[in-house]
Design a protein around this ligand. Structure first.
Ligand SMILES: Nc1ncnc2c1ncn2[C@@H]1O[C@H](COP(=O)(O)OP(=O)(O)OP(=O)(O)O)[C@@H](O)[C@H]1O
Length: 228
């Protein structure tokens, strides 16, 4: 699914903020990406969703070497990835419903199907009354749920989530983690960046731990005990 070999990354002409990253995320995997603030979690996700090129090393995504893939083929790879951004990145002049519907519209789904599916998903994340609200009129936690719904609606092959439960109360956080785990069972590979050690302990799985831009430790936690 994703293979990194000796990958480094820098912003502009600055120093490398990620160094010597070598790992493979297998299809169907569910990984947590942990590390202190500034360790490089968001930057590593940026490499994974092709928003930034590595300064060295090899990145292989969906069996394609990114360095040799023609630029005009990258958007189709990118469309197979759902991303929950730390800062949500909702389109401010589209309603919650229109934001969530975007990936299905881009995929060319029929309009009736798009609307029904988007409304169902927004209801499921507790935003039924807010479908026609614009993001600036939503709370941080509500915006985060819209962002999650948008990332999952097209059932991507790979879901990358940056602190996806950071603005949610525990009950809603658990509900959305259950959604991720259900998607994972249906075949979506997932990488979740988080500071939340409790979340990692509760859900188990593989941990990729970054310290100052380097891979420090990878642990297999005991099998998941999902919250009820
Ligand atoms: N756009 C940027 N330009 C220059 N340096 C950046 C940029 N974004 C991040 N950095 C630097 O890269 C390093 C890693 O940052 P990153 O945001 O990836 O860490 P993080 O682990 O996600 O942190 P947090 O948990 O606080 O979100 C930091 O030293 C940060 O200052």
């Amino acid at each position: 699914m994703i293979r990194f070999e000796n990958v480094g990354m820098r912003y502009g002409t600055g120093p490398e903020i990620l160094r010597d990253l070598t790992f493979t995320v297998e299809p169907g995997a569910c990984w947590f990406l942990t590390g202190a603030s500034g360790a490089g979690k968001s930057s590593l996700l940026r490499l994974m969703y092709l928003a930034h090129a590595p300064s060295r090393g090899l990145i292989n995504l969906f069996d394609r070497d990114i360095a040799t893939t023609p630029r005009d083929e990258l958007p189709s790879l990118r469309r197979q990835i759902g991303v929950v951004f730390q800062d949500f990145r909702l389109v401010p002049n589209l309603t919650a419903l229109q934001n969530v519907a975007l990936p299905l519209r881009i995929a060319g789904k029929a309009e009736s199907e798009v609307r029904q599916h988007a409304v169902e998903l927004l209801r499921w994340v507790g935003l039924g009354p807010f479908v026609d609200h614009f993001p600036p009129a939503l709370s941080g936690g509500q915006q985060q749920r819209v962002a999650i719904a948008r990332a999952v609606i097209a059932q991507p092959k790979l879901l990358l989530a940056d602190e996806p439960t950071g603005n949610l109360d525990e009950e809603m956080g658990n509900r959305l983690m259950r959604l991720f785990m259900e998607m994972n069972k249906l075949g979506t590979s997932i990488v979740i960046a988080t500071h939340n050690e409790g979340l990692v302990r509760r859900h188990g799985g593989r941990v990729l731990h970054l310290v100052d831009g380097e891979l420090a430790d990878r642990t297999d936690h005991p099998s998941a005990s999902h919250p009820s």
